[in-house]
Design a protein around this ligand. Structure first.
Ligand code: CU
Length: 336
């Protein structure tokens, strides 16, 4: 009987942003209502080559929206599949318990909706993804159908000594591996509707070599004009979802001051140069910026970062700390 619990609605937002939330829960556990629509859409994933994919998404974005609740809250998801969809979808929450993570209870065909409620008993960041069955599972996941939920301890994040840790903002990264089919000339093939690439995609996926491995859906989705912004002194919590492939995030010029690769209930790792996101996982890293400038946030398999697309940028403003770093001699010719 959950009739005594307060119901709140969480408005989900597009990545890399996080929904409005409390870091420390006020009051007892709640029922958190969310809504997601399975949206199949043609997405350009590399402007330079025109590479595109009929992405399978939750709410239209790759990754799907970040959900944030507290331990012992109930997540009540209404999942809708629009009538114009080509495919069946569902959702497996790694944070949930039972029925294939809810996957067994949420199969919906075009024109159907379902409501699933589950209790968030485990803390940490967790991936969620579509899992219709068989080869359709990696097909949907590798077409963008995955995202993350963060389950905070009710009293918030803490260091190993139990001191509170708070952040000013969240940056939500979804690492996505794509396997785009090519034609006889080596050009990426184009398709008319979602699902048309199925047979070709299975062949490309079977190589296990992604053609693209990007943050937030596309090459450059978080660089240049789309770079993340911060100020010196601000603390950012970087939530990194990687549903299918292992990743090793590294903030070039900074660190992971506190890193939770698994549960928030375990003490965080500290002073980490490069952390690990197991494929099929989401993880969180906290950093307080100490210098202005451009920081690249990359998968430190640098081939993947530079050639496959897994690079994002933070542009940080504020005063330079000459004690932390100084250019003692600018580059100059030398003799002898
Ligand atoms: Cu799906």
């Amino acid at each position: 009987d959950l009739s005594g619990l307060e119901r709140v609605r969480q408005e989900l937002v597009d990545p890399p942003f996080a929904p409005e939330h409390e870091q420390v829960a006020s009051g007892p556990p709640k029922i958190v209502e969310i809504e997601m629509v399975t949206h199949e859409r043609l997405m350009t994933i590399d402007e330079d080559t025109g590479a595109s994919i009929w992405a399978l998404t939750y709410n239209g974005s790759v990754p799907g929206p970040l959900i944030i609740v507290h331990q012992d809250d109930y997540v009540e998801l209404t999942l809708r599949n629009p009538v114009e969809s080509a495919m069946e979808h569902n959702i497996d929450f790694h944070a949930s318990t039972g029925a294939l993570g809810g996957g067994g209870l949420t199969h919906i065909y075009p024109g159907e909706e379902t409501v699933l409620r589950w209790k968030a008993t485990k803390t940490g960041c967790f991936t969620y993804h579509c899992a219709p069955g068989g080869a359709m599972i990696p097909y949907h996941v590798c077409h963008g159908m995955n995202g993350a939920i963060m389950v905070l301890p009710r009293d918030g994040l803490k260091d190993a000594e139990g001191n509170p840790l708070r952040y000013d903002s969240i940056a939500y990264f979804g690492e996505q591996d794509y396997y785009l089919p090519r034609d006889e000339n080596g050009d990426f093939k184009l398709y008319d509707t979602a699902g048309d690439d199925y047979a070709d995609s299975l062949e490309a996926m079977a190589t296990l070599v992604p053609t693209h491995q990007v943050f937030n859906g596309a090459v450059g989705a978080l660089t240049g004009a789309n770079a993340l912004k911060a100020q010196v002194g601000q603390t950012v919590l970087m939530v990194h979802n990687s549903c299918n492939v292992d990743s090793r995030p590294h903030l070039i010029g900074g660190h992971g001051n506190f890193v939770w690769e698994t549960s928030f209930t375990d003490p965080p790792l500290t002073g980490v140069e490069t952390w690990f996101v197991r494929g099929g996982c989401a993880a969180a890293a906290m950093y307080t910026f100490e210098q202005p400038g451009v920081y690249a946030y990359v998968n430190h398999n640098l081939i993947i970062a530079a050639l496959k697309g897994a690079t994002a940028h933070f542009v940080v403003e504020g005063p330079w700390d000459n004690d932390l770093m100084e250019q003692v001699v600018a580059p100059r010719p030398f003799e002898g």
